[in-house]
Design a protein around this ligand. Structure first.
Ligand code: KIV
Ligand code: NA
Length: 264
């Protein structure tokens, strides 16, 4: 079968169908999620934290993310793979955004890119679309702006909700195929969702968005202190701890390897 396309996602909204997005950063997890039928895989700049161990998304670079994106593309067969453009790689100018996004499309094989912001990145969005690069937008809590926002906190309360709404409409007009809404009141996310024809993808945005996204390590229970918006569907930290301790004990005791693991 063919890959999911941006048109499929817009058509799903027309039919009132919700869909899941999840992050991926390597080929093997990408294959698991792809074979489970997840239609969109995001190679998030959250890799800064969950892959590279930084405490914000700001330090991660294009060169850090390109090989992860290529691995996710190789590991998947059906999903649309979206590459997150990292901090400092697109804000400077539309031309800079095009150069960066082109690298993700050409060198990593991404099918779309994501960038953060509303009115301030509209020229970037317009140029990317005109160059043939599908753009996923991201409003609300935009972690690359954490130092301006003053922390990881709910966005869009009060009057800033109207600004977010007009940003969403402008992004739709500029040609974005979807918009992530992060950490915004559910009521605002619902109003945005019913006001635009492109899918909204919520994370900490309540139940009314067209899609949901989570960082896979959060939903699998690998993250230390997950946010309120995370639902934990597995406890991999406990399971991996159990397994690695059992392996270590077997090595120390000599219980591993056994005959079946051994070549004569
Ligand atoms: O980087 C990321 O993982 C993201 C999603 C949480 C939307 O931007
Ligand atoms: Na991100």
């Amino acid at each position: 079968g063919r890959r999911v396309t941006v048109r499929d996602l817009i058509a799903a909204k027309e039919r009132g169908e919700r869909w899941p997005m999840i992050t991926a950063y390597d080929a093997m997890t990408a294959r698991v999620f792809d074979q489970a039928g997840i239609p969109v895989l995001l190679v998030g700049d959250s890799a800064a934290m969950v892959v590279y161990g930084y405490d914000s998304t700001l330090p991660v670079t294009v060169d850090d993310l390109l090989p992860l994106t290529a691995a996710v593309v190789r590991g998947s067969a059906r999903a649309l793979v979206v590459a997150d453009l990292p901090f400092g790689s697109y804000q400077g100018s539309p031309q800079q955004a095009l150069e960066t996004a082109s690298r993700f499309m050409k060198e990593a094989g991404a099918h779309a890119v994501k960038l953060e912001g509303g009115r301030r990145v509209l020229p970037q969005v317009e140029l990317l679309i005109s160059a043939g690069i599908p753009v996923m937008a991201h409003l609300g809590l935009t972690p690359q702006s954490v130092n301006v926002l003053g922390g990881y906190r709910v966005q869009g309360r009060g009057q800033s909700g109207d600004e977010l709404m007009s940003d969403a409409k402008d992004l739709e007009r500029a040609g974005a195929f979807s918009v992530v809404l992060e950490c915004v009141p559910a009521e605002l996310a619902e109003r945005v969702t019913t006001s635009i024809a492109i899918p909204t993808i919520g994370i900490g945005a309540g139940p009314a968005t067209d899609a949901q996204v989570l960082v896979w390590q959060d939903l699998m229970g690998l993250t230390q202190r997950p946010a309120r918006f995370v639902k934990q569907y597995a406890d991999l930290a406990t399971e991996m701890d159990r397994a690695v301790r059992a392996y270590a004990a077997d090595v120390v005791s000599g219980a591993f390897p056994e005959a079946v693991h051994t070549y004569g």
